[in-house]
Design a protein around this ligand. Structure first.
Ligand code: SF4
Ligand code: SF4
Length: 436
């Protein structure tokens, strides 16, 4: 397996407290990376300790693969495999076009590396505490982006019927119900990030922590986010901790800069996906004017921290809703002094470009070939070529059905805002499938 630091040194905690291999692995045959203990129980941070979390069955599976053959990829890591194919194995963490594996390699400080990992384990089990945490303090969010869902955003509850079924990862799902007041709420919500059990476990492993990744829900709207920063600062560990955020940047308080300046480094990526009315449709609840004003302000405030705090990139996901608009988004960033960062959505399946038929993928390749100077275009071309052999029209048709249903609830009009996407799908006669 291609060595990855988070497999050997990291623990990802989902909004419901369950543990997962990392935030991007997505292999349904392996429960999307959600970890189980030796007895087959799902590992949750309130019921299990970090020694069990870092030795989940999914961590063990990938580490065992590493120990047997470091040159092949485990199926749980296909997203990084595809990203590295698309980016020609670019390793520059600041480029915006880098796999999660290579990015983490540059920001996680640990003695374990690609040359010596086999010294730390015989069978995949390890005896040390994690040095990297990937945390979701619940699903509190002020947006309801189309490619997201109730598992990561409580703003999505109002439209949960569009999903019509629990959402989440493997066995870690969010079940919603209507309460006696007619309000949609989460069933059996456990607010693990408010529990002393979590905070005690966290402070015990804090001396080994060198990297923490925080993202949605929206990390900046959860009060425990500041408690986390204060706990690390008060314990004297801030200078060794690299903080990394993906944030929608609509709710960043300026007092955070004073705290962040005490950390080793802080990287913030602002989630954009598309510009103007496309932004407002995709990142539902977000206002383009507010977003652009905020990221410019963050950029200004960052300058006062002498480079410790940086808005490193503006991030956009290549997905069905952005089929033709990625170069436009990249251009906007270039023209406004922001670095562009791109990702590929591979789930929910209806939002992924992976399932388009080969002739549609070829048309997209032709479209992006018109931009030879754009790194984004070249990365998309490489990506589409790497996934040319798989398609599933029911997922593509599912996108149309999904967006129509959202329109009906949100009073939006995706066909008007994204005419290029709608005309493209019409041309490939994908819409007829949903009428059968
Ligand atoms: S290689 Fe990629 S997908 Fe696999 S654990 Fe590392 S970051 Fe996650
Ligand atoms: S801001 Fe993040 S967590 Fe909130 S809805 Fe959008 S993608 Fe989901």
């Amino acid at each position: 397996m291609a060595f990855c630091k988070t497999v050997w040194s990291g623990v990802h905690i989902l909004p419901n407290g369950d543990v997962r291999l990392c935030s991007i692995n997505n292999d349904a045959t392996n429960e999307s990376g959600v970890g189980r203990d030796k007895d087959g129980n799902v590992i949750n941070i309130l019921t299990h300790d970090f020694a069990q979390a870092i030795n989940s069955d999914k961590h063990l599976a990938v580490r065992s693969a590493d120990l047997q053959d470091e040159s092949t990829w485990h199926s749980m890591c296909s997203c990084c495999e595809h990203k590295e194919l698309a980016t020609n194995s670019n390793k520059d963490p600041d480029s915006g076009f880098v796999s999660r594996r290579f990015y983490l390699d540059s920001v996680v400080s640990t003695d374990i590396n690609a040359d010596n990992f086999s010294n730390y384990s015989v069978d995949g089990t390890v005896q040390y505490a994690p040095s990297s945490l990937d945390l979701r303090f619940g699903n509190l969010c002020n947006q309801a982006c189309v490619q997201c869902g109730p598992f990561y955003s409580n703003k999505w509850y109002a439209d949960w019927e569009v999903y019509g079924e629990p959402t989440g990862w493997g066995p870690s799902l969010t079940h919603l119900k209507e309460n006696e007041l007619g309000k949609i709420v989460k069933e059996n919500e456990v607010r693990w990030w408010e529990s002393d059990i979590w905070w005690n476990k966290f402070t015990q492993i804090l001396p080994s922590i060198t990297h923490i990744y925080l993202t949605g829900g929206e990390p900046m709207v959860v009060s425990e986010h500041e408690r986390l920063l204060d706990t690390i600062i008060d314990a004297g560990y801030a200078p060794q901790v690299f903080l990394e955020y993906d944030s929608n940047c609509t709710a960043i308080k300026s007092n955070l800069f004073e705290k962040w300046a005490k950390f080793k480094k802080v990287h913030i990526r602002a989630s954009m996906d598309a510009i103007q009315n496309r932004y407002e449709l995709i990142r539902y609840g977000g206002k383009w004017e507010t977003f652009t004003k905020n990221i410019k302000k963050i950029q200004e405030l960052s300058k006062e921290t002498n480079g410790r705090v940086a808005l490193t990139a503006v991030s956009s996901c290549y997905q069905m809703s952005t089929l033709f608009s990625m170069v436009e988004a990249e251009d906007w960033c270039n023209n406004n002094g922001f670095k562009f960062h791109m990702r590929f959505v591979d789930s929910p399946f209806v939002h992924s470009v992976n399932y388009l038929p080969p002739n549609a993928k070829r048309e997209l390749i032709d479209f992006y070939s018109k931009y030879p100077d754009s790194t984004t275009a070249q990365t998309i071309i490489n990506y589409l070529k790497s996934i040319d052999d798989k398609w599933e029209l029911s997922h593509v048709a599912g996108y149309i059905k999904f967006m129509d249903a959202l329109d009906a609830r949100r009073n939006t009009n995706w066909k008007e805002v994204l005419p290029d996407v709608w005309n493209f799908l019409k041309k490939y006669k994908i819409s007829f499938i949903i009428k059968r």
